[in-house]
Design a protein around this ligand. Sequence first.
Ligand code: F6P
Length: 634
Amino acid sequence: SVTANNGNSSNNKGFISRPAFLPKEHTKDIPKTGDFDRMSYAQWTLKCTDVPQFDALEAAAASFRTDDKLHLRNLCNDSARCAGLTAVHMNEGGRRRLHLDYSRQQVTGEVMELLYDLADAVNFHDRREAMRRGALINSTEERAVMHHVLRMPRGYDFSIYGTPINGSSAHYGRAAGRGFQKSEGNVLLQNVHRVQEKIERFSNKVRSGEIRGVTGKRLKNFVCIGIGGSQLGAEFVHEAFRADPRAAKAAQGRTLRFLANVDPVDFYLTTKDLDPAETLIIVASKTFSTAETMLNARTVRKWLDDSLASISIKQADITAKHMIAVSSNPDLCKKFGILEQNVFGFWDWVGGRFSVCSAVGLVPLSLQFSFEVMEEFLAGAHDIDEHFFNAPPRDNIPVILGLLGVWNSTFLGYGTRALLPYAQALRRFPAHIQQVDMESNGKSVALDGTPLLHESGEILFGEPGTNGQHSFYQCLHQGRVVPADFIGFMESQQPFALEKEVANHDELMSNFFAQPDALAYGKTLVDLIQEGVPAPLRQHMVFAGNRPSSSILMTKLDVFAVGQLLALYEHRTAVQGFIWGINSFDQFGVELGKVMAKNVRTQITAARLRGVSVQGFNGSTTSLLELYLNHGKM
Ligand code: F6P
């Protein structure tokens, strides 16, 4: 077992001194009794910089910076090493494969062992178990984090609340001891299934035409209003399903669109060619108070009213028949005019960015693709949940990905990460995971409130290959080092073959296989001389290589696999947060800008309506606002 390094020290990266760990006053928060047999507060709040393994990894990282033997060009030629740096997860008797090859990461087997040691030292396994069992690990908001429960199938036994973890176990923050009773797990799961059954009934009725709009027309257009976690996940899944033969068949004759931006252009483009009489609006908002979503909801309600209201059709009926909600605030939904039976709830233990598998994703996507299809998606996510919670670390794909993320960003100093799916259907996957990851891990403070001694959270971006190759790959190859995840599939959703020799999918996949090697090996001056490249051009054509990447190769991108991918990347994010010792599940960083915008909005309104001058801003903002407000005036 590992003891915390509580002393003050600085390290060779010039980090600030480590503060004395665990101020005394925290100990008063540790309850004496509770449902969980607890770790000490010190154990629970450990972060990677508190344990000696951190220094060992720093030393290892230093050699990767200086030792040419550790260039990927050399490492990748060691077949024994490469064979060891893979992990495979199989289903359907081996017919469905999720294969991770991380041999092109700047790691050796020894580095991986140090990373597993680091995970052990910061009690990663207990943290993951605490999440699984519903402990209040989102300590700043005193909430559990249980999106995995949303994917548990009917009949699953989830009566594990309250059992000790590893015979010792955990204190989870301020709210520890207020965990669930042992018997409550299955009750909670029953509630999840009850909402799912309601979604199934409702979506079936809309799809069959039993539920119709106010004029009696069938509802075949669905507009989902929501932003951030209440939009990006469902949008990514929608894109991923559009070309899947089974899901596409189920969606025939229907349209699903997402309205997120408060920019009126988004409203215009979303609705301009839709018939309101055939349109059902889903307002997806956990709080039902997000400014953008509520303004869009009111705007769309007016659009419906302007077109459908008449002597015989009242506005209240239009809202009742054409607007439904997904929210954990039923009172506000009712106040808006949405019928109680048309509100689909979820719980405070589902974070917005982890809510795709709640009603947030299930309602719009079941309307479009059927609940039956969505059940298969949930099964894919559940499959990876089980893998994440049960597989040993060395075989555990989200754990390996998360540890590599920590290694690349904290130890090797690469602050950016690219997500590169070689699948057009995953067009919106990077945008969704960007939110999952950056809103979760972009923090500067540890669980115990002390400043982190390193940066956490990577800047994540991505585009499908091969499109990205003609855009930002130049920078990846010859500019900055950006660790990348390549995702590819053995079978295409649409296997066209224009030419006999090479199927179009093979053309795509040729790039998937080539790019990671190009990044890893690069091209040397010697290569260029041998190729006869003219001297003045040679330096411009050198590729330094040594750029790390992982390759994820899956059997096919069907509904089940989309669920798997979602859960894989959700859990990867949690792993990194657990190792860094941060709370990945709050998002106070989004608040300040929102509050300041409220003040600006109030002042813009006062200036427009009553000619009041803006005040209280700095000189720059005042003159920008004056420019804006005076635009168009004589
Ligand atoms: O601004 C960030 C955020 O709070 C996200 O975390 C959340 O998913 C999104 O806004 C939308 O919030 P809501 O679902 O309450 O409308």
